[in-house]
Design a protein around this ligand. Sequence first.
Ligand code: DAH
Length: 355
Amino acid sequence: MEIKAQSKLKQELEAIRQQAASALKVATTKEALEAVRVEYLGRKGKITGMMRGLKDVSAEERPLIGALANEIQEALGQELDARLDVLQRAELGEKLKSETIDVTMPGTFRPMGGRHPLNQVIADICTIFAGMGFEVIDDDFCPEVETEYYNFEALNFPEHHPARDMQDTYYTNAGSNVLLRSQTSNSQIRYMENNPLPVRVVSPGRVYRNEEVNSRKFVLFHQLEGLLVDEHVRFSDLKGILHEFTRQFFEGERPTRFRNSFFPFTEPSAEVDVQCIFCSGNGCHICSHLGWLEILGAGMVDPNVLQNVGIDPNKYSGFAFGMGIERLAMLKYSINDIRLFFNNDLRFLNQFKGL
Ligand code: DAH
């Protein structure tokens, strides 16, 4: 009886082994293998069921049947793992084959933008002055929509003074004293009003003038203002700084001259010219046949300006300068028409990519 029972269970297990073997034979996909695993080894699987039934088997036959069930379970598990491994390897092989990169194929062209040449030149100029210890000040100090006070009055341009006509200013209808700044010099006043001495700053920005447009003049352009105020500042300091600036900016010596001039907010005042590169000083329409192009105005800060911001001119002195960015860019890159900066013609702009 016992032998019978034992052989019956054994037969059942052998039958399960057979079934599993034939199921495995036809299982050629990962899903099919998984189904076999569930059917035989899953929680409710056939072999698992047999194992669970072992507790009802008599103590004598339990070891034998148990060992057989274990053996079948383990063998099936190993077989399943091995088959799955083969399939996964094949799948990976396929994937690698289909994803092979042909490095000789031409790439996809993705056009890249570039910095506008004026922004590039402004950045270059700021880097040069930063190297000489100047701080680049933020736009907060120098609004483009400005009052007459900061654009003119505090800079020692008295009301009705003809010097105001030197810069043909755009007034707004926001109020009779509200204008578009005609120079970045407003930043001098705004900075000194809000910061302690000594002052050593540069401030780039946009300015507006009601000019007749031609190859050298446009209604909007850019300037970079510089201001240094401290004890014992002399005109020779200004000359030294500006000479060093032109040397670095043009990457070498260029014929340059200081010329006597007048600005209400500086005394004495000067202008700096660079020899015209379009005619090498011989005279052409770009330099109005002068042979020189002006790049900046400068001078020693007028004592009245220092007084307007509460600085004692007997103790402190300073120099200031304001340079034309477009002029400098034109001279450096041989650009003969200021309007090119504002037309947004990509044939022009693309030449400055990656400068
Ligand atoms: N603001 C003057 C202009 O636009 C240029 C200038 C001259 C600026 C002398 C200065 C300066 O700071 O000291 O014509």
